[in-house]
Design a protein around this ligand. Sequence first.
Ligand code: GSH
Length: 265
Amino acid sequence: MSAIRIHPPTTALTISIKHLTCNPNNLNLFSTNSRNFKRSGFRRNLTPIAMSSNPLEVCAKSSITVPNRLGDCPFTQRVLLTLEEKHLPYNLKLIDLANKPEWFLSISPEGKVPIVKLDDKWIADSDVITQTVEEKFPEPPLLTPPEKASIGSKIFSTYIGFLKSKDPNDGKEEALLNELSAFNDYIKENGPFINGKDISGADLSLGPKLYHLEIALGHYKQWSVPDSLPHLKTYMKTVFSLESFTKTMPLTEDVIEGWRPKVMG
Ligand SMILES: N[C@@H](CCC(=O)N[C@@H](CS)C(=O)NCC(=O)O)C(=O)O
């Protein structure tokens, strides 16, 4: 049976692991790394650290289109991907960002998600959270070497510039295409992931942003990644089909609604 504990005053939900086992297509709260699970069983493949860990508490944006479901924050998905790839169990507290509860504001004074409780302290910002998780739970390592850490890092800002643009001749589309093209060339030479054969933190940060780009530009501008960038397209397909990604990705409708104020604004 599904067990959902509602925190007063109902704008946040703590959803238990029990709930996940009853409804695997909905939330994704217990990390299992199912690739390993399928091969040789769940328990054997958890690291000793993960085995001994209590679930981490994670405050995440809730869906605005479907009740009790994870929402569309790419920074939160980055953190959840990190926990999934490290086989760390976690509990989500879903926050309605349009109606933030007092208890949430008391632990996240900026009112932002994600925040994660580590060593009894709430930590904000996906950069800080993923770095702290890496230090505390180093296996499997997800560190991106510093010289590769900024690969693709301008894609998100140029995407937002193009999404918000009202003038087709203002160069915003070209700016985005330049960044995507540089990334396509990089992956062609160095892929399949940013750090080569293994996934790393830079992919877990970029993947959710590319997912938003694909959905929002498709919806609001009828734009898609051109066929002239096949290595980028393959990269997106690879990342979007990771088990950790499909377990933590937002609904298309939430991504569309999440960007609407920026497009209209
Ligand atoms: N730099 C932060 C950005 C986090 C962020 O902007 N989160 C958004 C949701 S995606 C948020 O909480 N916004 C507050 C609001 O919408 O009220 C990080 O990397 O974690």
